[in-house]
Write a protein that binds this ligand. Sequence first.
Ligand SMILES: Nc1ncnc2c1ncn2[C@@H]1O[C@H](COP(=O)(O)OP(=O)(O)OP(=O)(O)O)[C@@H](O)[C@H]1O
Length: 319
Amino acid sequence: MNDSQPHFLLIINGKSAGNPALREAVEEQREAGMPITVRSTWEGGDAALFAEQACDMGITHVIACGGDGTVNEVVNGLMRVAHDKRPALGVVPLGSANDFATSTGLPLEPGPALAAAMTLSAYPVDVVRVTAEANNKNVVKYYVNMTTGGFGAEITSSTPKTLKRLLGGGAYSLMGALKAWRHRSYRGTLHWGDKEQDISLLLLALGNGRQSGGGQVLAPRAKLDDGRLDVLLVKDFSSVTELPTLISELQSFPSDGQYVRYFTATELTVTTQKDDPAWPLTLDGEMCQYDRFCAEVVPLALRILLPEGCPLLSANDRH
Ligand SMILES: Nc1ncnc2c1ncn2[C@@H]1O[C@H](COP(=O)(O)OP(=O)(O)OP(=O)(O)O)[C@@H](O)[C@H]1O
């Protein structure tokens, strides 16, 4: 790949293809001499396919223009390309949540975001590979930002802002919502490193990045390039009297709290309780459901165009 002669492919979610600010931004960059090819998706799966085909078109940079789901599809397409041929990834956020762009400090408006994608440096970051079995088939999916499971997945997929409002609203609003959502425990066994734990969870988050669900910071210490997954376990509770402790632990993310456990791992396997329904999961915002799955870090698998001071890069570690 020759980085001195960049060629950009914009992969736009078809539902945003007519976005006037994006059209203007592309026009402006082309007038300034930037070589930009544009492909717009028709349906799910297209963004991954276009990303996979990009290197055969001589593309050096693939810019995902859409929400977190589009970024996720593009990541999956790029991961099908050999590492040494894999184009760099940029993001022009056009979704409703845009958790990856927000947490990495990328511009959120199409014009500035595209201009940034033309000039920012690409930094190597980890990608997380999820392997599972579904309908007797092996499934392999990648994500760059976060997987949530259990209550978090249900609630973030239905109403992005709800969890934040609930946590901000304290114990009683959370309890009400749990009842409204017919909350149940997510039981299963977790394996990581040489550890194993049987658990009854309210929610699970596996963060390469820090936030999902439209601003829920569930992995506040995550770095994109540290070779680690940040794991958040929120254990289930039985009475409203336990909620103040749970909510207070969700502010401090203790390594071994009464309800909250926060630690890092290079891989983690979840086996859901036999005879229980599979846990609902969201992988970078996309819903899925597996009885058993393994999430493992693929270190520094992808180069992403990020701001120099991005707080999710280890070089900018202030701790
Ligand atoms: N032409 C299209 N029209 C409508 N939907 C599309 C089209 N092409 C792809 N999709 C679907 O769009 C989804 C991804 O949406 P995307 O993440 O870009 O937006 P969003 O859901 O609004 O964003 P966010 O996840 O940030 O809330 C995928 O599930 C994909 O199947």
